[in-house]
Design a binder for this molecule. Structure first.
Ligand SMILES: [Zn+2]
Length: 84
């Protein structure tokens, strides 16, 4: 399950800077990974993970080998943290 890879944090529990979505990582997010699972999502749907510099490759690779990765964009915390 892809979702198992995520460290799920309710927004209320993350008052500080948006964090990397990698399990156990508390680094500040620097990247947004936009992905789509064609088996369960419509083509225009985008899920979003946040990644620190270190986990951009880890999380990106995880999505890419499954053919899910669509786009990686720099993340600025002023954009607001939207992990979906
Ligand atoms: Zn990380």
């Amino acid at each position: 399950m892809v979702e198992d890879f995520l460290q799920i944090q309710p927004p209320a529990a993350s008052p500080l800077a948006p964090q990397c979505s990698a399990k156990g990582c508390r680094a500040t997010a620097e990247w947004q990974l936009h992905w789509n699972n064609p088996k369960i999502h419509t083509p225009e749907r985008r899920k979003t993970w946040l990644a620190c510099g270190e986990h951009r490759a880890t999380l990106g690779g995880f999505l890419e080998v499954r053919g899910f990765l669509r786009e990686v964009t720099p993340f600025a915390s002023s954009d607001g943290a939207i992990v979906s």
